[in-house]
Write a protein that binds this ligand. Structure first.
Ligand code: CLF
Ligand code: SF4
Length: 491
């Protein structure tokens, strides 16, 4: 038997209360679901490897941070989207690395960050060149740090050319996470992306170069998968060059054992001086990227929360605290103190349980809606899985798709921060509105009347009715209030 309640005439805060009741009735109780924070469809051994990794688990990225140390400046290939003066675009947004580090300097920096950033769970080496080509420094860095901070996860990113030479050592060093950037499985397409490679003491060009790179990438992927090392494949989406070809890349890497596929948009600002930037090759629009990702929804698990971080990034994905930890700001001697990280992990274990329970409850609430459209919801969040940021303070919005089928994370939109300490620039707001193309509603902790009216004029609703609510609960409350006058509750 079903009960029917009307949400239409209820004010937003009261609606949230009504929603809470609906969710508790429609979903599981928090006490029964709160302790279960692992997905039911994943091998427990795999879940143990990914559950605190902000890149390999979308859920973990709300709670855990990574840091990169820029110890590997040398590279053995040339990508048309890279200018060597800038970070490796495989794993980083173009922008100069503040400082390249020796392994000893990296050690000092990692300990300082681990003492101050309790969310830190992963140490990555992602350039600014290639971590496998510059192997001596990569290995020395990981060896030293894993001795001092044994519970930190080690992660590396590579173009794959030198990878097969180091897979056995990677396995011995307990590196569980390796990213290979694979932009093609057809060397004819590769020749449009890579002008040359340097391999076995010689330089190769054209299709021959891409043929060698392709074979080495496939070999490295197979070797890692055979050793149960989790491989993430990054692909740069280059419209007109490899965009539709990435469907084939996805099929091939999935067959060879990749765990995750991350399709990233080409960044090709002419100011970065890259070949693509200088020749006018454009990157994809946000909706083009989403359309391609949606075509791959049945393939290898897709990563949609990548932030294309710098090779010296520090912090939660989407924030960069690297400048706080420049070497000249750090003491010469620093001893590792695990107390903040230990305390944080205890809190997160509880928070994650609650978050999962509320997410299930929210989805159960949506499932009670009979026929309503899928909508895109942009969330202003500082992390922790909650709607907890003012609209004007956001430098990115997390985007979720909501429908009676459920709520899923589909990406993020970077914006320039609108609020400049009490006032906002119209031009900045125009840029924010453009970045929110296709978004139906923005949920934030607070917004002023002025920007709210401008967004409304552009056809984008904004609501601050659910400040500090769990993201999924806020989305479900808005969705039910907007798309349905009646909610069916189980008796
Ligand atoms: Fe760094 Fe990469 Fe490891 Fe993550 S980043 S080496 S897997 S710890 Fe993450 Fe940054 Fe995207 Fe890379 S968000 S660019 S996928
Ligand atoms: Fe640049 Fe990285 Fe490509 Fe090397 S692998 S050319 S550093 S983007």
């Amino acid at each position: 038997m079903a009960n029917l309640i009307s949400l239409d005439s209820i004010k937003p805060v009261a609606r949230a209360e009504a929603m809470r009741e609906a969710l508790e009735s429609g979903g599981c109780s928090s006490s029964s679901c709160g302790s279960s924070d692992g997905p039911t469809d994943m091998d427990p051994a795999v879940w143990a490897k990914v559950k605190d990794h902000p890149c390999y688990s979308e859920e973990a990225h709300h709670y855990f941070a990574r840091m990169h140390v820029a110890v590997a400046p040398a590279c053995n290939i040339q990508c048309n989207y890279c200018n060597r003066k800038y970070d490796c675009a495989n794993e980083s947004r173009p922008g100069v690395v503040s400082e390249k580090l020796t392994p000893e300097q990296a050690m000092r920096k990692v300990i300082a960050v681990a003492n101050e950033v309790p969310q830190l769970s992963v140490l990555g080496i992602a350039g600014p060149g290639d971590a496998c080509y510059d192997w001596r420094k990569t290995k020395a860095t990981f060896d030293q740090i894993s001795q001092q901070i044994p519970d930190i996860k080690l992660c590396l990113s590579t173009n794959g050319l030198a990878l097969p030479d180091h897979v056995d050592e990677i396995a011995r060093m307990n590196i569980d996470h390796v990213t290979i950037t694979i932009n093609m499985v057809d060397p004819e397409i590769g020749a449009k992306i890579y002008p040359w490679i340097f391999h076995n003491h010689r330089r190769y060009e054209g299709v021959e170069a891409s043929q060698i790179l392709h074979e080495r990438q496939m070999l490295g992927l197979e070797m890692l998968a055979a050793r149960n090392i989790l491989v993430k494949v990054n692909s740069v989406m280059i419209p007109g060059v490899n965009d539709q070809h990435l469907l084939e890349v996805n099929r091939v890497v999935k067959a060879k054992g990749a765990f995750l596929h991350n399709i990233m948009p080409l960044i090709s600002d002419p100011a970065h001086g890259t070949q693509y930037g200088l020749t006018g090759q454009r990157g994809p629009r946000a909706m083009e990227l989403k359309a391609l990702q949606d075509q791959l929804a049945d393939g290898t698990k897709l990563m949609r929360h990548c932030r294309q971080c710098r090779a010296d990034a520090v912090g939660l994905l989407g924030e960069d605290r690297g400048q706080e930890f420049n070497l000249d700001l750090l003491p010469e001697e620093v001893a590792y103190d695990p107390s903040k990280r230990d305390a944080y992990r205890e809190i997160v274990a509880v928070e994650r349980g609650e978050h999962q329970a509320h997410k299930k409850g929210a989805e159960a609430g949506l499932a009670a809606v009979e026929a309503a459209p899928a909508v895109l919801v942009a969330i202003a969040t500082k992390g922790g899985g909650r709607i907890n940021q003012h609209f004007g303070h956001a430098s990115e919005f997390q985007v979720f798709e909501a429908s009676p089928e459920g709520i899923s994370f589909v990406g993020h939109r970077k914006v320039d921060q609108y609020c400049q300490g009490g006032w906002g620039e119209d031009a900045t707001l125009d840029g924010v509105i453009a970045a929110l193309e296709g978004i139906d509603v923005v949920l934030c902790a607070k917004i002023g009347d002025c920007p709210k009216d401008s967004l409304a004029a552009a056809g984008i609703e904004v609501s601050d009715a659910w400040p500090h609510e769990w993201i999924e609960s806020g989305i479900a409350a808005w969705y039910l209030a907007t798309h349905r006058a009646e909610v069916r509750l189980s008796a």
